[in-house]
Ligand binder design. Structure first.
Ligand SMILES: Cc1ncc(COP(=O)(O)O)c(C=O)c1O
Length: 455
């Protein structure tokens, strides 16, 4: 069964001849901006954490569609749910014809999302960028204020507004002008805090920096919301310390500002809780609005925005929604996916996998001085590579070389981080122990070979 398979490359190199032929057609038919050269991989079928390519090679996937495949490729129950829905109807536009799947999914998320308030409400969009844009619309409608504070290292998407919110400028080069009213605070990155600072000192430093934004960049009375990832994804898998979030929550409460948690990448059981904001809620700093997407629909496009009715019902009719938002096939997939996450305790699986990966990463940290830091939350784990542990100079060439080597050995890994020097772990949570071990073996081989090559 493909789902149990270990990585296996049967062609002389990747891509094999069939994949190479499709990649050639891709390069002729698709804009260059979407045709990287890092992953010469063409899928034939996928199951669990494994995909088979056009030439019969088996790849173990530690990327999982960048956090979309927490449930794995081709979950049979999700396939059946989508099939059953497809035989009834594909589409209704929700503001004209209500479909029960939309209502059922909203009810489920209202129960699961750890937002503040007694009566949460949810509506849907199609992508991560769209749900983040919508959260901002909701915050502006409720507070009647224009400005948003986001963070260094943040990624929120590629629409005009979300490019403005996204920190790294390689995602928005040449695409301006961008919407106004966006201000950026420093994300509380403990590894890259000023030298010698303890966690407590670093948090105090980052809070001071945040308060300065309210003095020097925007009047506090103009701020509608603070938008934050509980653990930054593209920014390098950096968890926000709870002590920092508590202080931000306090500042928000004192000033009538909403706190939005972007759980597009970290939501849906990845961090060892159903939503990472549960950690915030436990500490008394639950967000007002949560957005999620990616692994919500097991690969079908759907995203969600959840907030208490007091906030949600401030939105003027006509200003939110869209033709495909809350599509019946996506809702059917998401309802079944959430049911499986709960029934089979995917959050528990993530916590367990997280322990194993962190133990492995810590061994790497103890063995190889190119490893600067290891960190994460549950099964959302990152390992940061540096040229020098003292200066912490990023080592993106090392990561690039590892990724290329891993593909040739049948393991898919991806970079992250402002400096492209972090490798992220987002494998499907149904990965088997044997697969995890095999992946770790390849990962370490790639470190050893890259050390020989670059040092
Ligand atoms: C935290 C976060 N927010 C928003 C987005 C944008 O999602 P999408 O690519 O579906 O628009 C991403 C995508 O990686 C993300 O990681």
């Amino acid at each position: 069964m493909l789902r149990e398979e270990l990585p296996k490359i049967i062609t002389d190199k990747v891509p094999g001849p069939k994949a190479a032929e499709i990649l050639k057609r891709r390069d002729a038919a698709v804009p260059k901006a979407l045709c990287g050269t890092t992953y010469p991989v063409v899928i034939e079928r996928g199951s669990g954490a494994v995909l088979e390519d056009a030439d019969g090679n088996h790849f173990l996937d530690f990327i999982g569609g960048v956090g979309v495949l927490n449930i794995g490729y081709s979950n049979e129950e999700v396939i059946e749910a989508v099939k059953a829905q497809s035989e009834k109807y594909f589409h209704t536009i929700f503001n004209i014809v209500t479909h029960p799947g939309y209502v059922e999914l909203a009810e489920k998320l209202n129960r699961l999302m750890p937002v503040r308030g007694a009566h949460p409400k949810t509506y849907f969009a199609n992508s991560g960028a769209e749900c983040d844009e919508n959260a901002i619309k909701v915050a502006r409608a409720f507070t009647k204020r224009p400005n948003i504070i986001c963070f260094s290292g943040a990624f929120h998407g590629r629409t005009s507004l979300t490019m403005a919110l996204t920190a790294k400028k390689s995602y928005s080069r040449g695409m301006g002008p961008f919407p106004a009213g966006i201000y950026r605070a420093e994300y509380p990155n403990l590894y890259r805090a000023p030298k010698g600072y303890s966690e407590e000192e670093a948090i105090a430093y980052y809070i001071d920096a945040f308060k300065n934004i309210l003095i020097e960049a925007t009047p506090v009375s103009d701020v509608a919301a603070v938008l934050m990832e509980p653990i930054e994804g593209e920014g390098g898998f950096v968890p926000a310390p709870i002590g920092y979030v508590k202080e931000i929550r306090k500042i928000c409460d004192e000033n009538g500002i909403l706190l939005i948690a972007d759980e597009v990448q970290c939501g849906n059981c990845r961090t060892g809780r159903f939503y990472a904001s549960e950690y915030w809620k436990d500490a008394g700093c639950a967000p007002d609005i949560i957005t999620t997407a990616k692994s919500l629909g097991a690969g079908l496009p759907i995203s969600a925005i959840t907030a208490d009715e007091k906030i949600m019902d401030a939105v003027t009719p006509g200003t939110v929604g869209g033709t495909f938002c809350g599509n019946p096939l996506s809702c059917a997939a998401a309802c079944k996916t959430l049911e499986i996450y709960e029934r089979d305790d995917y959050a528990g699986k993530a916590a367990l996998i997280g322990k194993k990966i962190m133990q492995f990463y810590k061994e790497l940290l103890a063995t190889y001085d190119v490893v600067g830091d290891v960190r994460g939350l549950g099964a959302m784990a990152g390992i940061e590579f540096v040229k020098d542990r003292r200066t912490k100079e990023p080592y993106p060439e090392f990561v690039r070389s590892m990724i290329a080597k891993a593909v040739q050995k049948g393991l898919l890994i991806e970079n992250a981080g402002t400096y492209d020097n972090v490798i992220r772990f987002l494998a499907p949570l149904c990965i088997t122990d044997n697969q995890l071990k095999a992946g770790f073996g390849i990962f370490e081989d790639c470190i050893r070979e890259t050390l020989k090559e670059l040092r």
